[in-house]
Design a protein around this ligand. Structure first.
Ligand code: UDP
Length: 383
């Protein structure tokens, strides 16, 4: 009946379903645990009429023209440049840490000296990960690196990941490098925009095809059985000979046979504030204060004409069964464990892993759209 079964309807699952249905004209079943599509990109209008991101802020940015063009088939966009402030030493200053941040935090002579020294060493416009800057020998630049590390990264990372910045894959903190420039934007990619009517609309448009059937509120374990010995897959008790595209937690797929993979989760608290605006930027990070990491105010992302505003506080926590697994925890030990699962998956003819959870990777939205398009071209285009 179905040529493909896809577990999960986030970007990984939805892009593949759309391609398979439209390009291959084959039949797809999507199995989704939640009562909605879109995975963690799901958004909706709340009781204040404001589009909110149910699973925390999602800001689209990419340098991949093909990804932007592909998604533009399913949405119009509003140009949007994301901005983040961090509350440091009693001030809200722009991050990524840049020359404006230096000017706002230090007296002018020191600020000038630091900017000159940075410009002597690095090219204007370059981006330096904090763990790189920390290796500086020059006394003033060392002072600056230690300051940024202590005030911006150390405690935020402890809250977010439960470990120190140097204990997590360097790519994680390198996502927010120090900018040798006066650019206050959080991202510098060529394409930065929000979908005009929100992300959910993109998924609705992708999945509305007669070849795509969707089962919401369904845990894949209820209908799919994977036999570890014979390497066969059963769908409602019958052998399934098509391809299974799995975008969920890989350790769960294989009954935790190599042990549990750790994830970080978030407690998300939405609040209505009886004011036109709550804060001066879409996101304010609190590295050193409170138990939450950041506050998002969604009205800045989708301007809405109302005298109330909706904000979101994020309280990071360890993932436990029943929580939402937002982030794989990228340490070398966990990567090794993941590789065992990956190898095991490869011993099946018809299991394909795609996505942040199935591949245990910190994919951004554009990365995963790109990856799903590549998986389609490499594996299925000639089917
Ligand atoms: N980070 C930090 N302080 C900040 C912002 C980020 O220490 O004010 C570190 C932290 O380890 C975080 C990582 O950089 O997990 C990546 O931040 P990003 O904003 O990309 O995280 P996401 O939006 O994906 O949660």
């Amino acid at each position: 009946m179905f040529d493909f079964i896809i577990v999960g309807s986030g970007f990984a699952g939805s892009v593949l379903a759309e391609r398979i249905a439209n390009v291959l004209n084959k039949k797809v079943l999507i199995i989704e645990k939640r009562n909605h599509i879109g995975g963690n990109c799901y958004d909706y209008k709340d009781e204040n009429g404001i589009i909110i991101h149910k699973y925390g802020p999602h800001l689209f940015h990419t340098n991949y023209k093909e990804v932007f063009d592909y998604l533009s088939n399913f949405t119009d966009w509003n140009i949007y440049h994301h901005r983040v402030l961090a509350f440091i030493d009693g001030k809200k200053v722009p991050i990524p840490f840049n020359f404006n941040t230096i000017e706002q935090l230090f007296p002018s002579t020191l600020s000038q000296k630091l900017q000159e020294k940075l410009l002597n060493k690095y090219q204007y416009g370059s981006k330096i990960p904090i763990l790189e800057l920390k290796k500086e020998k020059d006394k003033d630049l060392k002072f600056l690196a230690d300051y940024i590390y202590e005030k911006l990264f150390k405690n935020y990372t402890a809250k977010q990941w439960g470990i120190k910045p140097e204990e997590i894959d360097p790519e994680v903190t390198a996502r927010v490098p120090v900018y040798i420039s006066k650019d206050n934007r959080y991202f510098t990619d060529k394409y930065q925009a929000v979908p005009k009517e929100g992300y959910t609309k993109i998924f609705e448009n992708m999945l509305s095809h007669p070849n795509i059937k969707l089962m919401l509120n369904t845990n894949f374990k209820e209908i799919i059985n994977v036999d570890f010995e014979s390497k066969k897959i059963y769908f409602f008790g019958q052998e399934f000979k098509g391809k299974l595209i799995f975008t969920g937690m890989i350790d769960e797929l294989f009954d935790f046979k190599f042990g549990k993979l750790p994830y970080r989760s978030l407690g998300l608290r939405f609040e209505t504030v009886e004011k036109e605006y709550f804060q001066e930027a879409p996101v304010v990070n609190y590295p050193n204060d409170y138990n939450f990491t950041r506050i998002t105010e969604f009205k800045h992302i989708h301007p809405t004409n109302t005298d109330k505003t909706t904000i979101l506080k994020e309280f990071p926590k360890e993932y436990k069964k029943g929580d939402v697994p937002y982030y794989p925890v990228f340490t070398s030990e966990n990567r090794e464990r993941y590789n065992k699962y990956k190898e095991f998956a490869e011993s099946f003819d018809n299991i394909i892993l795609v996505g942040r959870l199935a591949e245990y990777k910190y994919y951004d939205m554009d990365d995963i759209v790109k990856r799903a398009l590549e998986v389609f071209e490499e594996n299925f285009l000639n089917e």
